[in-house]
Write a protein that binds this ligand. Structure first.
Ligand SMILES: [Fe+2]
Ligand SMILES: [Fe+2]
Length: 306
């Protein structure tokens, strides 16, 4: 059982990170459809707007209540987020609420005060709304994945990317329901599950990057493929650690070391996209998105300031 203050901080940290992630997943889906499926693009766009509204609500509640770790880890926004949104808007015409991004960047961490029951109720309401909306988006992703896998729909998003973002939605929902039950999502028992989950996500990020770079970007493609293999091995190692009840320290250390290198590769890549120094079909906001996910994962493993 976690305290009221822990519930509030953990909930706000989680929502600030994942509501933006869900908003961007909605956008990536929205962009991938062909003219035939304009109705699907519109539905994805409606999800994007609803997540943006909920993220705005989370940001209002988070002022003075979010953890310093969440802010320092650069998982909520990075130094590239605003520029990535501007350039993505320039390419696609999709509006992004830049004012909201600036409000997130200006957030102040929690002090020593004891939050009241009113705030606890408001945060619990946020958790429940986030769960509901993410459930709807997960159902949309699930139907789309089925339709793509059976060749009834064509989209520019890889089937594995749809599966990948569906997994992230379910992961978010699992943690929201734990928090509403006042269970900790930061315990050591949870850490190994998080490592199994995120090492796989990191492997897939590397594979998506490799597949979306222009074929002439051979050196970057080779590096991305190398990360893909490395994180496949780290995923297998984390699964083995779990199965054989081995000591978690070794795999955590290896995962931190690999994730810092992959994070730096993603940061350099995002910068390269913003500066038009890399040829690809990677939308700039996707670069920043996977960078934030690496920062989030590092913070879960205890590296929130780096
Ligand atoms: Fe994601
Ligand atoms: Fe991801």
């Amino acid at each position: 059982m976690i305290s009221r203050k822990e519930f509030i901080t953990m909930s706000l940290d989680l929502n600030l990170f994942f509501l933006r992630i869900m908003k961007e997943h909605s956008f990536f889906l929205e962009m991938g459809f062909t003219p035939r499926d304009k109705n699907l693009a519109d539905r994805a766009g409606a999800f994007r707007q609803r997540f943006e509204q909920l993220l705005s609500r989370a940001t209002a509640l988070a002022s003075g209540n979010v953890s310093a770790d969440a802010l320092n880890s650069r998982q909520i926004t990075t130094r590239y987020t605003l520029d990535a949104e501007k350039l993505t808007n320039f390419y696609t015409g999709t509006p992004f609420n830049l004012e909201l991004t600036r409000r997130e960047q200006a957030l102040q961490p929690a002090g020593f005060g004891m939050p009241g029951t009113r705030l606890e109720e408001a945060v619990e309401d946020l958790d429940r709304r986030a769960y509901q909306l993410t459930g709807e988006l997960a159902a949309f992703k699930e139907r789309l994945l089925e339709s793509v896998r059976t060749c009834r729909t064509f989209t520019l998003n890889y089937p594995l990317l749809i599966e990948h973002i569906l997994r992230e939605a379910r992961h978010f929902m699992n943690m929201l329901s734990m928090l509403v039950r006042r269970e900790s999502i930061g315990g050591t028992e949870e850490l190994l599950n998080q490592e199994i989950f995120w090492n796989r996500q990191m492997a897939e990020h590397a594979k998506f990057i490799a597949g979306l770079l222009d074929p002439t970007e051979e050196a970057l493609i080779d590096t991305a493929r190398m990360f893909g293999r490395e994180f496949d091995e780290l995923t297998a190692e984390a699964e083995r650690t779990s199965r054989q009840a081995l000591d978690i320290a070794g795999i955590t250390e290896d995962s931190i070391e690999g994730t810092i290198r992959l994070r730096d590769f993603k940061a350099a890549g995002t910068e390269g996209l913003l500066e038009c120094a890399i040829q690809s079909i990677i939308i700039p906001l996707l670069g920043d998105h996977v960078l934030r996910e690496a920062n989030h994962y590092l913070c879960i493993m205890g590296v929130c300031r780096n």
